[in-house]
Design a protein around this ligand. Sequence first.
Ligand code: GLA
Ligand code: CA
Length: 765
Amino acid sequence: MVAQVQPKQEEVKQETFAVGKNTFLLNGKPTVIKAAEIHYPRIPEPYWEQRIEMCKSLGMNTICIYIFWNLHEQKPDEFDFTGNKDLAKFCRLAQKHGMYVIVRPGPYVCAEWEMGGLPWWLLKKKDIKLRTLDPYYMERVGKFMNAVGKELADLQINRGGNIIMVQVENEYGSYGTDKPYVSAVRDAVVKAGFTDVPLFQCDWSSNFMNNALDGLLWTVNFGTGANIDNQFKKLKEMSPDAPLMCSEFWSGWFDHWGRKHETRDGATMVAGIKDMLDRNISFSLYMTHGGTTFGHWGGANNPAYSAMCSSYDYDAPISEAGWRTAKYHSLRNLLGSYLQPGETLSDAPVDYPVIGIPEIKFEQVAPLFTNLPAPKYSKDIQPMEQFDQGWGTILYRTKLPQAVVAGTTLKITEVHDWAQVYADGKLLARLDRRRGEYTLTLPALKAGTQLDILVEAMGRVNFDKSIHDRKGITEKVELVTNDQATELKNWTVYNLPVDYSFAKAKKYAKGKAQTMPAYYKATFSLDKVGDTFLNMESWGKGMIWVNGHAMGRFWEIGPQQTLFMPGCWLKEGENEIIVLDLKGPEKAAIEGVKKPVLDMLREKAPETHRKEGQTLKLGTEKAVAQGAFTAGNGWQEVKLATPTKGRYFCIEGLSSFDGTNVAAIAEFEVLGADGKPLPREAWKIAYADSEETRSGNRTADKIFDLQESTFWSTVDNAAYPHQLVIDMGKEYTVAGFRCLPRAEVGAPGQIKEYKVYVKTSSFTY
Ligand code: GLA
Ligand code: CA
């Protein structure tokens, strides 16, 4: 027999992490997770380490990350885990600084990220049902999960790495009830090799039980100001031995184009974390550092469609550019006072330098219409995905088969997301999906007129069922006169992707600012690099690339006016900058400024759902229900004595529990004949007597934006009664309603006595 020589094993520090009775156990000892959520693609790779150190210096012991499937598998079966996508490297850097890692591989992640992290090419399958047991979808999920496993499974803590937990799906309760699907995702995670650490599910306290699987840890997500006892009440009942964790404690909130910049109070955030620490509740602070959604990766919400800004600053403790904010300092003070004996707070790492860049003038121009790529042809109009394009802009061109009389309507079903319509090269209209603009009135046009519809795709919806968000024109284009509709056919289609190589290859020539879509190119020289903010105030709408890096979208309407430009992507000597402006700039020049501008909203949008002088008249109307809610957080349901037909639903608050003037509702549902919530996609707020517009998230439409942390609030100097009228889009039999007051402690502004009215025709004002 040959004696087997055992190789000398290097001493690996073996650690363990487990779920114990009412606590997590790190190496067998009770521990509280203090996790900082940061997203590797939202931070340039050369800055990863500094940001991790920053989280550590804040007093955190763990980093929490999502994995963004669509970033890693941009084409089916072509996986990329290199450079800014090198997940394993990111985790090892955290380990280098003594930080544990929680991994949230989706497959769906939400995160205000394009399509919630799902790859667009899934939508090429016309009948795909995302986030269900759809066989093709699940096959792709399995492949993706295995690829993630290859990168990360060996970094589980007991194998010498630092991964302590892995999440299964993401807030599935806000999407559906489907335990077989969630079980299948769990199985894919296990099959990928995540067998050694606890697996968990995160949800809202209002719906976690719908999909809660035995054997997984359940955690809940909620924001600054939430009533913490209440958030865990149900969970404690259902799982009395589980350690408690808030898997997403929202430090701030994200910004949408055309809406006010969001901030959330720092003292309230710190108080919430203190509250959790006092009860040994683990938490992950979402976001601790939001960073930037570079390139075209921003998502959108729906209904109403509303795309995310490029900045993901989130009003987080560490700002978009990595700066320590007031929130950082007060949170660090708090966490510093909760250290275990022997623990100390580490110092913050060095800051990166910040520079200004003098005005860069753009004199090289490539007009979009004279730089079109090779066309494709299609009898019927089809969305972008069917032409194998994932992102960017698409041009649909046809000739009018016959003359069109003035006043004819051009109806596009649907514009996803921002279209410019031209007749023989002349701009007729701009259509914006955010406002449901899908039609325009045409002037008289001759037969043979060239009709161009240039559609820019903004982010794919990242939340709820509308993640099935195909881009370009989704169905058809019609000419409508006197109720007669003729569909336009025979399209020539040009794909204008967002790739740097595509933008770079345009034929640039000396030129000036255009009023038509165009690419602009310039070079600028630096003798010293540093972080800066590209001021886009004089530009219209589009995308920007610097030294080949896609920096992000800009849009004059704001609130974001500057784009964060990390110094690590700049060079000493010559740098190149390319801008695609679909509208045209007022001045083709960019300056690098030293401070971000994230709160300059320049669009005059109607802010309230009440027209000047309008007052709802309920005098002769008969209430179909009246009563009083019960005090406290959580959903409450009311059944009507007699189901009533109607399209318009009015809830009137007569008094409040807290004795203030304010009425607030976080989410609202109307129940149909079967007792189930009616669809809300077509809902519009017809009237609200008062709305708080100082923040973007207090208007009446926030009662059906599917977010439990946003709410309608009246202003504090307008007295009760308060009314809100919903136009449900069509007539239904209404059997009742459900109402969720604000999630914050004491349900501020909770309505006490109410009356409800249902009508088939509009209310009078
Ligand atoms: C939810 C999701 C996150 C993110 C936040 C809002 O909690 O799980 O991905 O979208 O909402 O920022
Ligand atoms: Ca809401």
